[in-house]
Ligand binder design. Structure first.
Ligand SMILES: [Zn+2]
Length: 401
């Protein structure tokens, strides 16, 4: 092993560092952590990644996550050594991210009045468990395996539990899933059962389920695989990395994401910060985050709709008191996140600070869409022959504005 990867607190005024084998998802002062790399990956790897599109029987080249393993080599292995890859890297036979790349969808472009040449959509539903979560779960379970975890734990509205259960089953690790009673996408939950996960119902919403799962991890030796786990973010970076690679590393003007717990916003931001710092991209695309109107925490705070202050990362000094007061206000008024798009029905985005950091780096924007707009987006993607989850319909509808 080389001494390259470590964990570092995201708060620049704290900056506590931990060895890569650390399993706490926060620093001891309660801030989120980043996986950091000391060495800059050489841009010569661009050609190696391209060549790996012809995987030649290597499942780690076939995988849309591990094809880029040098950019997320927190296991610090010899990435060309197939035995080392097999020993460390968790993969469902190279299926995670394998079919994911940007596509043109003419009917989708037409709906929002954009030229078909200017719009790409990247379906992430063709992952083995059926959602984008497989990207980050492959890496989180890799870390869990690296430190010898016996049980992984998550809260889920559906997608996370399917991905976690699948990789855990394949690795022979137990998986506990905390779900908000009655608020789950039924198909996704049945997958978790199928993979042999233990399902625990929690009275309340996703935010309550997450709290219980974190208590379980802390007190009963579980390993948390929700997106506050910094290793989830590493795998999820490969979503924008794949897009950029397909665009020959020419960054688009905008990258648009639905916003829930803000794991995607955070991971896209981290990928862009790293690629820019490493000299892999010359332009920084702007991130647009789309909340549901019924679960609009980030939009409310970012756009100054609460106490008239526009919440910003502010170079590492965000007004966290404002966030606390907003959450108190939600509790006091009995306001619960409410949208049919359960994947983004989240009132307290666990990655809000990393999300804000990403928005600041990319000069991003945040806005909202209605449930019916999301359904329109979802339907038109279907008319192009692609499957689309309701929350993802948000990205399309907002691209027109
Ligand atoms: Zn800290």
């Amino acid at each position: 092993m080389q001494d390259d990867a470590y964990l570092k607190c995201i708060d620049p005024n704290c900056g506590l560092e931990y060895p890569i084998t650390n399993t706490n998802v926060q620093c001891e002062k309660g801030h989120l952590l980043d996986v950091k790399y000391k060495n800059k990956p050489s841009t010569d790897l661009k050609e190696i990644f391209y060549k790996r599109r012809n995987p030649q029987g290597n499942i780690f080249n076939e995988s849309g996550v591990w094809r880029f393993r040098e950019l997320l080599n927190f296991c610090q292995i010899d990435t060309e050594n197939i035995e080392e890859c097999s020993k460390y890297l968790v993969s469902l036979d190279g299926a995670e991210g394998r079919l994911s790349k940007p596509y043109r969808m003419s009917k989708a472009a037409e709906l929002i009045g954009m030229s078909n040449d200017n719009l790409w959509l990247q379906p992430e539903g063709y992952n083995p468990s059926g959602s984008f979560k497989d990207n980050g779960m492959a890496t989180a379970v890799t870390h869990a395996k690296m430190i010898g975890a016996k049980k992984i734990v998550c809260a889920s509205t559906g997608n996370t539990s399917a991905a976690a259960g699948m990789f855990a089953a394949n690795e022979g690790i137990n998986c506990d899933v905390y779900i908000p009673a009655g608020q789950i996408a039924p198909g996704k939950l049945s997958q978790a059962y199928q993979y042999g996960s233990q399902i625990l119902e929690v009275d309340g919403n996703f935010d309550d389920a997450l709290k219980q799962s974190l208590d379980d991890a802390q007190n009963h030796g579980g390993y948390t695989v929700n997106s506050i786990n910094p290793f989830r973010i590493e795998g999820q970076k490969t979503i924008p990395i794949r897009a950029l690679e397909y665009l020959d590393w020419e960054a688009p003007d905008w990258i648009v994401y639905p916003g829930g717990a803000l794991g995607n916003t955070s991971s896209c931001g981290k990928a862009l910060m790293e690629l820019y710092d490493w000299g892999w991209i010359k332009k920084i695309p702007r991130i647009a985050v789309i909340n549901s109107e019924g679960a609009s925490t980030l939009s409310d705070l970012y756009n100054g709709k609460f106490e008239s202050e526009e919440l910003r990362w502010n170079k590492g000094k965000p007004n966290t008191e404002l966030i606390s007061r907003y959450y108190d206000h939600l509790d006091k008024e009995g306001l619960r996140p409410k949208t049919k798009a359960t994947a983004i029905q989240i009132g307290r985005p666990a990655n809000i600070l990393k999300g804000l950091r990403a928005l600041e780096f990319t000069n991003g924007v945040v806005t909202t869409v209605t449930d019916s707009e999301m359904l329109d987006g979802m339907s038109v993607v279907g008319l192009n022959g692609f499957d689309c989850e309701m929350a993802s319909g948000a990205s399309l509808l907002e691209s027109k504005n």
